[in-house]
Design a protein around this ligand. Sequence first.
Ligand SMILES: Cc1cc2nc3c(=O)[nH]c(=O)nc-3n(C[C@H](O)[C@H](O)[C@H](O)COP(=O)(O)OP(=O)(O)OC[C@H]3O[C@@H](n4cnc5c(N)ncnc54)[C@H](O)[C@@H]3O)c2cc1C
Length: 181
Amino acid sequence: MSAMLAETRPDEATAVVEAHPGERKRVVIIGGGFAGIAAAHALRHADAEVLLIDRRNHHIFQPLLYQVATAVLSPAEIAAPIRQLEAKQRNVSVLLAEVTGVDVASRTVDAASASAGVRKIAFDYLVVATGMRPNYFGHDEFARHAPGLKNLNDAETIRAKSWARSNWRQRPRTRANARDR
Ligand SMILES: Cc1cc2nc3c(=O)[nH]c(=O)nc-3n(C[C@H](O)[C@H](O)[C@H](O)COP(=O)(O)OP(=O)(O)OC[C@H]3O[C@@H](n4cnc5c(N)ncnc54)[C@H](O)[C@@H]3O)c2cc1C
């Protein structure tokens, strides 16, 4: 963890991690998906400290979620730790926390994590790259039959359901289960 977060004491309920006026600007990026990582990469030569916050430890390569859902790949094969960005780019720090609020007036975000509670983190610039969620265009009841496929939980749920279904279909034909079909 970089010096930029070292000043925060975990026992403080809403400690403020101040930006440093007169020093380098701080860019806070919320989300470590394609968009957040691309934003961090674009800032690699900027004279700024970049703090990327994600509630997950890992980046997911979403286009391969279909392969996890169909058991062609394992979840680990399409996930990579976001923290490895710190090794690749000197001006980036990664924080595992969920952003629960943004206060544009005071230029702070509330970042909640199990280990440090809620911290207010100051920013000079903010990039919101939190992804999206499925839209059923007013028919949320469709979600039961057509679940979303945006993360590993979704993929594993679909995989479990399709395996259960295919196992059920492969049961040997007996008089008892023939009645179920
Ligand atoms: C199944 C599937 C297949 C696809 N195939 C293709 C393809 O073939 N080609 C193509 O170009 N595109 C494809 N896409 C689209 C592409 O993958 C997405 O557009 C892209 O991944 C979205 O990236 P993102 O950074 O906007 O969001 P995400 O990848 O969803 O990242 C958002 C990040 O923000 C974090 N986050 C959210 N809220 C908070 C919060 N409050 N606090 C902290 N962190 C938060 C999340 O944990 C997540 O890591 C596909 C998408 C899917 C789902």
